[in-house]
Every structure is written in C-alpha cells, then in structure tokens.
Design a protein around this ligand. Structure first.
Ligand code: 0A1
Ligand code: ZN
Length: 848
C-alpha cells in the first residue's frame, strides 16, 4: 500500500555510524547545519540512504572531497548515495544544509518559540535538521557546536567548550537521533543538585524565560524526588554530571526526554499557588518523573523501530504512575489512572481508531502517540508485575537492564526477559501487545455446600482489521468478603487463559460477597449481574480501596444510565452516598473521588455498549438532575464537608491539603445546584489559590452564570497566557450546550486568541470537544465549528490538528441526524486541498 510503513518490512540499516559531529550557525531565516558522519558498512557496500525533509542542500563531500552530482539522488524524502560511489571500508560523509527555524510552524525539527531556538525530534523530526538515517536503531555519539550570539546555548551531554558566540557539547552515550536536542536563547536557570547513590554530584538546572524564574522550585524538587525514587525502586542512577530541563511556550506534546536536556511544554514546568492548580502540580511532578525515567527506559534502552513505541512508553508510564502512587497519592492514584484509562483508552479501543499497543502498520507515526500505546501499554506492564509478583518483576527488570543496556529493542526482547526471569511461557500473554480491543469479562457465581465458584467468560468485540479475537491471559485479582464486611478470603490472582473458566473456593461458612478485579488488575470491562444493595455493601466495606470506589462508580453509572432513559434515581445509591460522606475513616481525597459523578461521555459510552443510542441532552439532564437530588438529600452533610474541608494558612500542593480542596470542590459542585451559585461566587471572591479560583469559576460557568467573575479573571490574568488557557478551557468545556458554540466562537474570533500556539488551541478547542452536549449539538454546529478549526490549523501544524481530530472518534454512537452532520464535517475535512498526511490518515480512519 502506498505510503504505509509495515512492521514486517523491518531491515537493519546497512551502515554503522561511529560518530556524528554537528555545527549549527543559528539564524532565524537561514540556519546552516554541517553534519559530519563517520560511517562503516556492516555487510559490504550498499546504497546509502539518508532521510531529509525540507532541507536546502548546500553541499555533500565524501572523505573531504565534494561529491559529483551523478553520485547521489535527492528527493523530497532524502538523499541516496549510490553504492558505486562509496569506498569499501570506513569513510567520512559531510553534508551542509540550510533551514529556516522561524518559518517552522509545525514545531518538529528546529523551530523558534518566543525568540528562542529549540528542537523536537521524536519521532521523525531530525530529518528536518540534517540528512541522517532518522530511525531509532541507528545509535551514535553526538558532538555539537552551536554558533550564536544568544547567551545560553545548550545541547545533550556535557559542555566541552565555550567562548564568545559559541558553545560545544559532547554526549558520551550513543543515542538515536530522536533524542538529539538543541536550545538557544535568553534563559534563566533555577539550579540545584543531586548526589547519586554512588556519590556522584549531578548539577540540575531548570531553564525558563526571564520573568518565570519564580515558578520553577516545584519542578526542581520533583526532579530530585524522581532521581531518588528511580534509585530506590529500580536501582537506576543518572549517568551524566549535568541534567537540564528547558521550558518552551510552543510545544506539540507534554515534554520530551532528550538525553540530558529534557524539553518541556512550559505548562508542565511553571507553577505557583496563584497560577497553578493542585492537578497542575501533580501533573508537573508526574511528567518530570516520566521524562527523567526515560533516561533508562527509552534512552539507555531504546526502541528498534517505532512499532515498538510502547516498549518505552508503556513501561515509562507504568513507572511514573508507580512513582506518583509512592510519593504522593497512594491508592487514590490507581483510581485516577483507571478513570483516565476508561475515558481515553477504552473510548479509543471501542471506536474506529482502535489499534494494538504494538501496531503493525502506520502512515504517520505521530498519530500513534495514543492512549493505547501509553496507558494501555502501562496496564500491560502492570499485569506482568501482577503475574510475577513484586520480587519477580524487579528480577525481570534487572535482567532487562543488564541484558539490553545500549540496545534498540523489541517487544519480543521484553517478553523474553520476563520469561527468562520467571521460567513462565508468556506466549498467550503477548496477545495484549498485538491485539486491539477491550475484553469484556462476564462473571457468574454459584454457592453450594461451602464451595463458592466464580465462572468467567471473556469476549472481545472485533476491531478494525481484526475480526477474530482468541482468548487472552487475564490476571484477575479477587478477594471474598463475609456478610459482616470481614475479608474471608484475601486477594488472590486468578489467571484466566480460556474463553470460559471457573475457579472455586472451598470451606466457606456462608455465601461470600466477591470483590473482583481488585486494583483493576486487568484492563477489561467487568460485567456482572449484581444488585444495587451489593454494590452499596462493597462501597461501604470493601477492603480494596479501588474496588470500594468502583462499587460507588458502578452505582452512579447505572443510576445515570437509567435516569437518561427516564427513570428516577435508585434509593440504594442515594443512601450509599450519604454513608460514604459520613465515613470519617476515609480520606477527604477518597471521598471526593467517590462524590464525582461519571462524565457525560462515559455515560454515553455505557449506553452505546448496551445498544441504546445516547441522547446527549438527556444525559446532561440526568447528570445535573442527580447532582441536584444528591444535594437535596444530603445538604447538611455536604455543607459540613464544604465548610469542614477549608484549608487555612499558606498553600501547599501536598496530597493531604489537595485532597481536602478536592472534597470541598466536589461538595460545592453539588451544593451549587441548590444555591444558584451563591457559595461558588463567595469562594471565587475569597480564594487565594488557583485550584479554588478556577474550580469556583467553572461551577458558575456551568450554570450559565459567572460573567462578572470571568471579566475579573481576565482583568487579573490577561497577560499570563498559561492562566488564560484555563479561562478559555473552563468556558469551552462547561458552558451550557445552548451557548457553547457561540461562546467558543466569540473567544476564537477575538483578536486575542493566539491559535497557532498549541496550548492556546487546545485550551479552547480541546475544552470544547470535552463539552459533550455542546460538541454533539443536534444541529451539527459543534461539529462544523470544530472542522473549521482543524482545517485552519492543519497547514501550519498537522500534528496537533491530527491529534485533535480524535474528538470525532465516537461519532457513530449517536442518532442518524447527528451522524449525518458529523460525517459531513469529516468529509469536508477529507476533501480539503493539500491536507496533511497526519490529518488525512486520521480522517480516513475515522470515516473508515
Ligand atoms: N516521548 C515523549 C512524548 C513526545 C512524543 C512525540 C513528540 O513529538 C512528536 C513530542 C513528545 C514522552 O513520552 O514524553
Ligand atoms: Zn514518554
């Protein structure tokens, strides 16, 4: 197929590169890049292909002599030198090119952001900087010289020379080109250090633009915590004397793990109590950790090709999730992660974009930085840890680092490590990597003469290109509770390998209440005929915190599904919420998580799964109706929770005060349905931190109110784009559906909206895509507005346009009228002249 890359086509690169030396003469419109490669053929002389895109070639030389024009061919994708023009053994190849960073709006390769130069090379951005085999299995040592008058000039590794107008850097660790980075600008550092377990002192710097220095302390402390945790949990030390992080304002993703020089979206570095929410703090710490952890899982051991992306991403997400659990949130972390997994990955798996964690073909690799590769990839690692146990997992990881350090690996290498460390056959388990779709696990139970039997049946619906789904190896953690809430059988892991399988527990005095899939031990949909009374019992008594939350979640979801179809709320649920609220033994953070109702999209997905066509307006009405009912029923307790969880004194982002604020806001969300926003207005007026300011503002906006507060907010924060992103996103996401399109249009068309910046674009359009009833408005105005903006962004920044198009991934769930409008919007995008490869691949799959 044209333009498709296949896993099965993999071939090693025919040349070894000992070293690359790069010289950059920086200029916004005409940067010169000279690259000198020391190369050796692996298996005899072959045609030599170097990737290159949008490069103006100034010259090619072989062993110091200019290469004749007949010796090479230049195309839009690269430079090929004929084998006949190359010597038998080692040689030196030099190219010189010119590029224009100031014109690079796609933010891939070398570009400019707010006056500074920076790079983004993953996945295939290095080819926009120089001619090179831009693939992760080609690893070499980089020496970099930067020539520029800007005060701070950074690259990977160690500084080895510096003078007026230049700096030189050398990275001793061989790496693939996607980990190359360069930064140049007027930057200020917040500095610190970390002493490794073996006593080496590492200098740490967080580099930001002048004026932002006072928002870096938390990022620095997060980095120090991450370095310590990786030593303790994985025995991994940092391997250079210097670690730099740079914050940039224009960035397509969250951050990037370039060796020794991580580059971050500024929203994931900068934090102060007045400008960042508790969630921002938590995300900053998690992403700093994630990028740092890549130093071992990604950089020291990298991927053979981009099909193996989840090798580094799934593992590194698993590691950062474990870190946040250990240093910050405890059991609450699993609850948050699963809620996110369901909202994003289950949604992906159930629609036209479904793909395995390790796909086998792609057109544009940038379209595969997905929830499936990242979050499901992490779940698969988590299942391996569950199957092997903590010690077995650590043993396997030790073997992985020992065996594969310095290599570019595959999922096969990874599985083999687990097999060798445990002596187990993981052949069937591997299906998790190679198959798409979320298994549905239905359970039935039987009790007779003291023997309790659980029978599981697994079914995975077909996904695009995969009609048949053989059974998977599913670790199911189960515990049994007695009628008084005591645990009669502690957690054990049942390993399901067949389509249908029973497990028995003997010697029980009475029929137990099962707690199944504890800790969400596998990324499946559990289906079980159970009563609201039993769910309420589990919400009150389960000793597994995840399943305790899950029971409440199930009750809430079932109640909302019924209400969206005209029923009234189930009394068991209303009762159970009251009990949970009164449970002082549960932490405020946990109670907050239990009070938060499933989102409208989650309810729509649950209805669609039951073959009910979801009506976005009815779902919204049901959700707001249930909030009001809960508020009426438990007003006194909610007022108690609201008032009792105020956090006095100076702000701290720690988990305990953040949990209290979360409970306070969750209670306020319900109370706001009764008091016309009186309390939210008061909180907005007195709040001294962004968590409460923006929380209160959002509640007002959701009621179609808050005009005065929105104006005041803009007056205070108008000059701070990161804070104004919150102002935009709150309005786009929470405005009532009748006005959301108009609100978004007004903000978009005000001259102040800098839509070319990905954070600005995402704040408004991404917020709007999360406004379920607004985006899915019956007259199609939401879809049309969204399509207009994707079409506008695509020529400048295809990667972000393509990523945002996932807003449409659920369009086939809805009624015929909505489908017609959504399809028309997608077809309008597809028919746009000159559409990027990124967006056309996405729209093609969405229309599928
Ligand atoms: N590897 C980074 C994410 C990342 C991926 C692609 C990018 O540009 C196309 C940028 C960043 C991570 O996992 O954090
Ligand atoms: Zn990553």
């Amino acid at each position: 197929m044209d333009g498709v890359t296949l896993l099965s086509d993999y071939k090693p690169y025919p040349y070894e590169i000992e070293k690359i030396s790069l010289v950059f003469q920086l200029a916004p419109e005409a940067t010169k890049v000279r690259a000198t490669l020391a190369m050796t053929p692996r298996d005899g002389v072959a045609d030599l292909h170097l990737d290159g895109e949008d490069l103006k070639l100034l010259g090619v030389a072989l062993n110091g002599a200019p290469l004749a024009a007949e010796a090479y061919t230049l195309t839009t994708t690269g430079l090929t030198i004929a084998a006949s023009a190359l010597p038998e053994g080692a040689f030196e190849l030099q190219t010189e090119v010119e590029i224009a960073p100031a014109k690079n709006t796609a933010l891939e390769g070398l570009y400019m952001s707010n006056g500074m130069y920076c790079t983004q090379c993953e996945a295939e951005g290095f080819r926009k900087i120089t001619f090179y085999p831009d693939r992760p299995d080609v690893m070499t040592r980089f020496h970099v010289r930067i020539e520029s008058d800007l005060p701070v000039l950074l690259s990977n590794g160690n500084p080895v020379g510096q003078g007026a107008g230049f700096a030189e850097w050398d990275d001793p660790w061989p790496k693939p080109a996607y980990l190359f980075a360069l930064v140049a600008g007027d930057l200020r550092a917040t500095s610190g250090s970390f002493t490794t377990a073996s006593g080496r002192k590492v200098d740490l710097n967080i580099w930001v633009r002048p004026g932002d220095e006072d928002r870096c302390d938390f990022a620095l402390a997060s980095l120090q915590r991450s370095m310590k945790w990786d030593e303790e949990a994985y025995g991994r030390e940092y391997d250079l004397d210097l670690f730099n992080i740079v914050a940039v304002d224009d960035f397509n993703m969250g951050a990037m793990e370039n060796k020794g020089l991580n580059i971050f979206n500024s929203k994931l570095v900068l934090a102060s109590p007045e400008t960042a929410t508790d969630t921002d703090y938590e995300r900053i710490e998690a992403v700093i950790a994630h990028e740092y952890f890549h130093n071992w899982t990604g950089n020291r051991i990298t991927c053979r090709d981009w099909f193996q992306l989840c090798l580094k991403e799934g593992l590194t997400v698993y590691r950062d999730q474990s870190f946040t659990r250990d240093v910050r949130l405890g059991a609450l972390k699993r609850i948050d992660d699963v809620a996110m997994l369901r909202a994003r990955q289950f949604r992906e798996d159930a629609g036209p974009l479904a793909h395995p964690p390790r796909p086998s073909s792609y057109r544009e690799i940038n379209n595969f930085y997905t929830a499936t590769v990242y979050e499901k990839g992490a779940e698969v690692v988590g299942m391996l840890a569950t199957l092997l146990g903590a010690e077995g997992y650590r043993k396997a990881l030790d073997l992985y680092f020992e065996r594969h350090d310095g290599q570019a690996c595959t999922i096969e290498d990874w599985i083999k490590v687990f097999e060798d460390a445990s002596g187990r056959d993981l052949g069937q388990f591997k299906l998790w990597y190679t198959q798409a779709g979320t298994p549905h696990l239905s359970v039935s139970e039987q009790f007779e003469n003291g023997t309790y039997t659980l029978t599981f049946e697994q079914v995975t619906a077909p996904t695009p290109g995969e009609p048949e789904k053989p059974p998977r190896h599913i670790p199911t953690a189960v515990g049994l509770l007695g009628q008084n809430g005591d645990e009669v059988v502690p957690t054990q892991v049942l390993e399901m390998t067949k389509g249908r399988q029973s497990f028995t527990f003997t010697g029980l005095a009475a029929k137990p209440v099962p707690s199944i899939l504890r800790g969400f031990s596998a990324p499946v949909v559990l289906e079980r005929d159970t009563t609201p009374a039993e769910q309420a019992f589990l919400l009150a008594h389960d000793t597994d915190p995840f399943n305790r939350w899950e029971a409440g979640r199930n009750l809430a979801r079932d109640t909302l599904m019924a209400m969206a179809q005209g029923a009234t709320p189930a009394p068991d649920y209303l009762e159970a919420v009251g009990q949970m609220l009164a449970d002082d033994a549960a932490t405020p953070g946990f109670r907050a998580a239990c009070l938060r109702l499933p989102g409208e999209d989650e309810i729509a997905a649950a209805l669609a799964k039951k073959d009910v066509v979801p009506d976005p307006d009815a779902i919204r009405a049901a959700r707001r109706g249930l909030m009001a009912t809960l508020a009426q029923r438990h007003e006194a307790a909610l007022v108690g929770a609201y008032e009792g969880s105020a956090v006095p004194g100076p702000y701290s982002p720690d988990a305990a005060p953040a949990g209290k604020r979360a409970l306070r806001l969750a209670a306020l969300a319900l109370l706001s349905t009764l008091d016309q926003g009186r309390r939210a207005s008061a909180l907005y007026a007195e709040a001294t931190n962004m968590t409460e300011s923006i929380g209160a503002l959002g509640l007002l906006v959701a009621q179609g109110a808050g005009q005065a507060e929105l104006t005041a907010f803009a007056a205070r924060w108008g000059a701070d784009p990161l804070v104004m992103d919150k102002w935009r996103s709150v309005q786009a996401m929470l405005s009532p559906p009748e006005t959301a399109v108009e609100v978004v249009t007004a903000i978009a068309e005000s001259g102040a909206f800098e839509w070319k910046n990905p954070n600005r674009f995402r704040s408004l359009l991404g917020g709007f895509a999360a406004n379920h009833a607004g985006f899915h408005r019956a007259d199609g105005a939401g879809y049309a507005l969204f399509a207009d903006w994707l079409i506008k962004l695509d020529p400048l920044n295809p990667q972000t346009a393509a990523r945002m198009s996932t807003a449409f991934e659920t369009w086939r769930r809805y009624d015929a009228t909505r489908q017609t409008h959504a399809k028309a919007a997608l077809e309008r995008i597809a028919g746009t002249q000159g559409l990027s490869r990124d967006l056309s691949e996405m729209v093609g799959r969405l229309l599928g």
